[in-house]
Design a protein around this ligand. Structure first.
Ligand code: URA
Ligand code: SF4
Length: 332
């Protein structure tokens, strides 16, 4: 029979592929009938006439795969998408399926390439003498550090955020908590963990009898990073180069406080302070010594609890957070 081939030209981004794939799905065009080509400047596909609900996990993997340099990725993605929509919604569960394995392979390749690009950014930032270090007054106390941080321009994040949100708490604190970065509320109110993530954190701290007033709470990155979606500011994970740029501040805070216990809340803080060999879900809740604190550990970010799929998942994640924070509570 041999149906006619359709050639689809896209700019090589996830969003352009997604728009084109939706249009093809709407028109019922099977993957065998599509040839994908990358062309810089190609116009976006017209809005699709139908709406398709796709598992979030597929979109996550597709986003990662889109970063890979492999020119066959667009066809491979559409192939899997077509099957999910038209044949098996649970296709991704079949990890042995060759198309699913290819998707995972491409996603892994994309993650590696993104990681390499980020490491290049860090090297460039360091080579150019960027970062917060030149803004950090040597030997300063916490109040002086906080005032100096207000003027930091060590990375581009100061441009769009409202203000630097420095750490809060007494210099005598025996426990320091380090989060990722201020969120929308924190950015407006100039205090760490006062929004939805802060509510979860406070509940967990109360449960393990840690009085927040005695703790020092800060973030690995001191400016809010976001994108606008309509009128809302949506949190964005900081890049490795931004985490590296901001590190001098958290280093200075820890040098002044010299805590007994240091808790990294979430993967970004763990990455900033414990390096990229650290795997949060594998290594959480282990206590070890670092140059900042004789007792250092990492646990989930409180926001991770909110991202749990349902009540049961959220409860499980919350329990992990509480169990790990209990380890911080025994030290004081
Ligand atoms: N999430 C963080 O990591 N830090 C905050 O201060 C608020 C939300
Ligand atoms: Fe400075 Fe950190 Fe803000 Fe970047 S995020 S401008 S390094 S305080």
């Amino acid at each position: 029979m041999g149906a006619a081939m359709v050639t689809v030209e896209i700019e090589a981004t996830f969003e352009r592929w997604q728009a084109a794939a939706r249009a093809l799905l709407s028109d019922g065009i099977a993957p065998e009938g599509v040839e994908w080509r990358e062309r810089p400047g190609a116009p976006p596909a017209p809005r699709a006439s139908k709406f398709f609900r796709v598992p979030p996990r597929f979109l996550e993997l597709a986003r990662q795969a889109a970063i890979a340099g492999d020119p066959g990725r667009w066809a491979a993605l559409y192939d899997v998408l077509w099957r999910i929509v038209n044949e098996r919604r649970d296709l991704l569960e079949d990890r042995a399926h060759p198309k699913v394995r290819r998707l995972h392979g491409l996603a892994a390749q994309g993650r590696r390439e993104a990681e390499r690009a980020e490491q290049q950014d860090v090297l460039r930032m360091e080579a150019e003498g960027g970062g917060a270090a030149s803004f950090v007054p040597p030997g300063a106390d916490l109040a002086t550090l906080a005032a100096a941080a207000k003027r930091c321009q060590g990375c581009p994040l100061y441009r769009d955020a409202t203000q630097t949100v420095f750490g809060r708490g007494p210099a005598q604190a025996r426990v320091v908590l380090v989060g990722e970065q201020p969120g929308d509320q924190e950015d407006l109110r100039d205090a760490p963990f006062v929004g939805p993530a802060g509510e979860i954190l406070d509940r967990a701290l109360t449960e393990v009898h840690l009085d927040r007033a005695t703790l020092y709470v800060t973030n690995a990155v001191k400016h809010f990073k976001f994108v606008m979606r309509g009128k809302r500011r949506i949190h964005q994970t900081p890049r490795l180069s931004e985490i590296a740029a901001c590190r001098a501040w958290v280093e200075a805070e820890l040098a002044v406080i010299k805590p007994e216990t240091l808790v990294c809340l979430g993967a970004t803080a763990a990455r900033a302070l414990l390096g990229d060999e650290f795997r949060l879900m594998r290594d959480r809740g282990r206590v070890f010594a670092t140059r900042w604190a004789p007792r250092t550990l990492a646990t989930l970010h409180p926001s991770a609890v909110l991202r749990g799929e349902d009540d049961a998942a959220q409860e499980r994640l919350y329990r992990m957070l509480v169990d790990d924070l209990r380890l911080a509570a025994v030290a004081v």
